[in-house]
Design a protein around this ligand. Structure first.
Ligand code: NAP
Ligand code: MG
Length: 398
C-alpha cells in the first residue's frame, strides 16, 4: 500500500518516562506503516532540557508558532526529587507552562468516550469539555517567603516613574506572599477562543469565577467575557442556538456534578487544571482525556492530558510490560494529523486520522483494553492486554 504523503511537517515534541516509551511504539506500529511521516523533532526529555538550559523548550514552542501544528508527549516538571534522580544542574519551569506562555491561548480538554465505560456521575449524558485559559495567574506568579515582621505591598510603577501601592499585609511573624497577574489581551483571546470552540462544536458555554471575593481580578475576567459575548458572539450564538451562562465557580462545580453534561466549561487557569482532572476521572480515566492548546494566532498543539505515568515507567525499567493506556497519546497524534490535513488540504491524511481513532475505540468496544479501563468496563473486558499487545490489536483494526 502506498503511504500517505504530508506537505508541512508536524512539530514533534518528545518527552519522558512511560509516555516516551509508548510514543516510539505508537509511531512504529500505528503511524509509520501508513504515513510518510514528516516531523520537525524536539527532544524535551528532562536530560536534554537540562543540557540545553531549557532552550530546547523555547525552540519547540517557536517551531509550533512557525509551522502551525505540534504534537507533544508528556514531560516531567522538575522538582528537587527529580533533580536528584536525574542529576540536574537547574530546576527549570514546567515545559507546558513555558510553551503556553509563548503560544498564549486556551487549552481544550475533552474526554474520549466509549460505550463500555460509564461516567461515575450517572446523570451525565454527554461529555463536558474544559476550556482552560493557558496564561498567567498562579502559573506566572512571583512568590516570596517572608521571614519576619514587616509590611508587604503591591507596587505599580508607571513609565513616568509615578507609583501606585496597595497593602497586601502587615506581617507580625514569618509567612508567605504571592503576586499574580493577567493581561486584558490574553483574557480577551481566551474568551474568543472559547466562543469560537463552542460555536464550532455546537456546545452551550459556561464560565465561572470567584468575582464576589476577588472583585477586581476575577471581576475583570467576568466583565471581559461578558463584553466579548455581547459585542462579538451574542447574535452568532443565538443563530446557532447556543447559550452563554455565567455563575460563581462553587455554584458551577455543584451544577456540574448534578447536571447532564454536554457543554463547554470555560475555566481560569487554575480552575481548569483542577477541574479537568475531576472531569477526566469522573468520565472514566485520566488516560482517556485529550488536550489541545489553541493560540489566538491560530496555532495548535495537541497532547494527552495525563503525565508521564512515572510508576509504570519504573516497572517497565525492571522488565515488566506494563498495561499503560496509550489512547490519549494516540488521539494527540490523530488530532495533530487531522489539523495538518485540514490546513494542507490532504483528504487521505484526514481519513487516516479518523480511521485510527475509530480503530482505537473499536478495540476497546470489542472488549480489548488496558488495565485502567478493565476495572471500569461494563460489561467486563474480554481481554486485558499490555500496551504493546493493545497497540497491535489497534493496528490490526486500521
Ligand atoms: P500521571 O503521569 O498522569 O499519572 C498519575 C496516575 O494516573 C498514574 O500513576 C496511573 O495510575 C494513572 N494514569 C495516568 N495516565 C495513565 C495511562 N495512560 N494509563 C494508565 N494509567 C494512567 O501523573 P503524575 O504521576 O502525577 O505525574 C508524573 C509526571 O508527569 C510528573 O513528573 C509530572 O510533572 C508529569 N506531568 C506532566 C504532564 C504533561 O506533560 N502534560 C501533566 C501532568 C503531569 P496507577 O499508578 O494507579 O496505574
Ligand atoms: Mg493538572
Amino acid at each position: 500500500m502506498a503511504k500517505i504523503n504530508m506537505k508541512t511537517p508536524l512539530v514533534e515534541i518528545d518527552g519522558d518516562e512511560m509516555t516516551r516509551v509508548l510514543w516510539e511504539v505508537i509511531k512504529e506500529k500505528l503511524l509509520l506503516p501508513f504515513i510518510d511521516l514528516k516531523t520537525e523533532y524536539y527532544d524535551l526529555g528532562l536530560t536534554n532540557r537540562d543540557n540545553t538550559n531549557d532552550e530546547i523548550t523555547v525552540k519547540s514552542a517557536e517551531a509550533v508558532k512557525r509551522l502551525g501544528v505540534g504534537v507533544k508527549c508528556a514531560t516531567i516538571t522538575a522538582n528537587t526529587a527529580r533533580q536528584k534522580e536525574y542529576n540536574l544542574k537547574n530546576l527549570h519551569p514546567s515545559p507546558n507552562a513555558t510553551i503556553r506562555a509563548i503560544l498564549d491561548g486556551t487549552v481544550f480538554r475533552k474526554p474520549i468516550t466509549v460505550n463500555r465505560i460509564k461516567p461515575s456521575i450517572n446523570t451525565w449524558k454527554a461529555p463536558i469539555v474544559i476550556g482552560r485559559h493557558a496564561y498567567g495567574d498562579v502559573y506566572k506568579a512571583a512568590e516570596m517567603e517572608i521571614d519576619g515582621p514587616g509590611k508587604v505591598e503591591l507596587v505599580y510603577t508607571k513609565p513616568d516613574g509615578t507609583e501606585r501601592r496597595a497593602k497586601v499585609a502587615d506581617f507580625s511573624g514569618s509567612g508567605i506572599v504571592q503576586g499574580m497577574h493577567n493581561f486584558d489581551e490574553s483574557i480577551i483571546s481566551f474568551a474568543r477562543a472559547c466562543f469560537l470552540y463552542a460555536l464550532a462544536e455546537k456546545l452551550p458555554i459556561w464560565f465561572a469565577t470567584k468575582d464576589t471575593i476577588s472583585k477586581i481580578y476575577d471581576g475583570r475576567f467576568k466583565a471581559i467575557f461578558n463584553e466579548v459575548y455581547e459585542t462579538e458572539f451574542k447574535e452568532k450564538c443565538a443563530v446557532a442556538g447556543i447559550s452563554y451562562f455565567y455563575t460563581l465557580i462553587d455554584d458551577a462545580v455543584a451544577r456540574v456534578v448534578k447536571g447532564e453534561g454536554g457543554f463547554l466549561w470555560a475555566c481560569k487557569n487554575y480552575d481548569g487544571d483542577v477541574q479537568s482532572d475531576m472531569i477526566a476521572s469522573a468520565a472514566g480515566s485520566l488516560a482517556m482525556m485529550t488536550s489541545v492548546l489553541v493560540s489566538p494566532s491560530g496555532v495548535f498543539e495537541y497532547e494527552a492530558a495525563h503525565g508521564t505515568v512515572q510508576q509504570h515507567y519504573y516497572r517497565w525499567q525492571k522488565g515488566e510490560k506494563t498495561s499503560t493506556n496509550p489512547a490519549a497519546l494516540i488521539f494527540a497524534w490523530t488530532g495533530a494529523l487531522a489539523k495538518r490535513a485540514e490546513l494542507d488540504n490532504i483528504n487521505g491524511l484526514a481519513d487516516f486520522a479518523k480511521h485510527l481513532e475509530t480503530a482505537t475505540l473499536k478495540t476497546i468496544e470489542d472488549g480489548i483494553m488496558t488495565g485502567d479501563l478493565a476495572k471500569l468496563s461494563d460489561p467486563p473486558p474480554q481481554k486485558v492486554l499490555n500496551s504493546w499487545d493493545f497497540i497491535d490489536a489497534i493496528a490490526s483494526r486500521i
